[in-house]
Write a protein that binds this ligand. Structure first.
Ligand SMILES: O=P(O)(O)OC[C@H]1O[C@H](OP(=O)(O)OP(=O)(O)O)[C@H](O)[C@@H]1O
Ligand SMILES: O=c1cc[nH]c(=O)[nH]1
Ligand SMILES: [Mg+2]
Length: 216
């Protein structure tokens, strides 16, 4: 797998710092995730193929470049939805594919519960959105489903990746490129990223599950 792209821009790192802060309230957390979605999408879509064409400005003919094909943005529910508005701010006519997976808290397996994908994935650039890559089970399961439906070499856009999740993707999906704001130290013994930011979905949507904070 290509080396992950860690977006080190101060505007990204400052927002990540505020996300990590346990005292950041839900509305601010959600806004910061949305803004990071835009900044990360800007980097992740840098190599999208373009077509050249000529059009008429009010003044003269101009040679211009447009994005060649509408890419697919595939948020993993729920938390991936937080990155979607920012992605669409960068590529406003992306096709949205929804992928429902939740992580079983005991086994940490990814349980599928919803999928709505376009038929022509093979002809499109695909960007999977999920703020957290922890064990990599959810990301890997989402990428497997996309591959079964014809997607080639998708990009995985996240805010924090754990080394364990990166290793899983490298093993199961070696063609995937990861764009992230940070690679953290490790997982704790409950599968949470350390130091991480806690449960992204809960912090974004105001729901509660107990986030185990053991140092294990
Ligand atoms: O790499 P993994 O170990 O699979 O963990 C990461 C997944 O866990 C979180 O989702 P969660 O299952 O909590 O669902 P939610 O987004 O609905 O809260 C997160 O948004 C990822 O999808
Ligand atoms: O640290 C983690 C791990 C999985 N999912 C989250 O939201 N946070
Ligand atoms: Mg969650």
């Amino acid at each position: 797998m290509p080396e992950p792209l860690i977006v080190d821009h101060p505007a990204v790192q400052d927002r990540l710092a505020r996300l990590r802060d346990a005292s950041t309230p839900t509305p601010v957390f959600r806004r910061l995730v949305e803004e990071l979605g835009q900044l990360l999408a800007y980097e992740a879509t840098r190599d999208l193929p373009q077509t050249e064409l000529e059009l008429q400005t009010p003044v003269a003919l101009a040679k211009v470049r447009r994005i060649a094909t509408r890419p697919v943005a595939a948020p993993i529910l729920r938390a991936g939805l937080g990155l979607l508005p920012g992605f669409l701010a960068v590529v406003d006519d992306a096709v949205v594919a929804h992928l429902g997976f939740y992580r079983d808290p005991k086994t940490l397996a990814a349980i599928p519960y919803y999928a709505n994908l376009p038929d022509d994935l093979g002809q499109r650039d695909v960007f999977v959105l999920d703020p957290m890559l922890a064990t990599g089970h959810s990301g890997s399961a989402a990428l497997s489903l996309l591959a079964q439906r014809g997607a080639k070499a998708p990009v995985f856009v996240c805010i924090i990746a754990a080394p364990e999740g990166l290793a899983t993707l490298a093993r199961v999906h070696p063609d995937v490129r990861v764009v992230t704001a940070a690679v953290d130290e490790r997982l704790n013994d409950h599968g949470y990223i350390v130091p991480g930011l806690g449960d992204a979905g809960d912090r974004m949507f105001g729901s509660t599950s107990s986030v185990p904070s053991s140092s294990g």
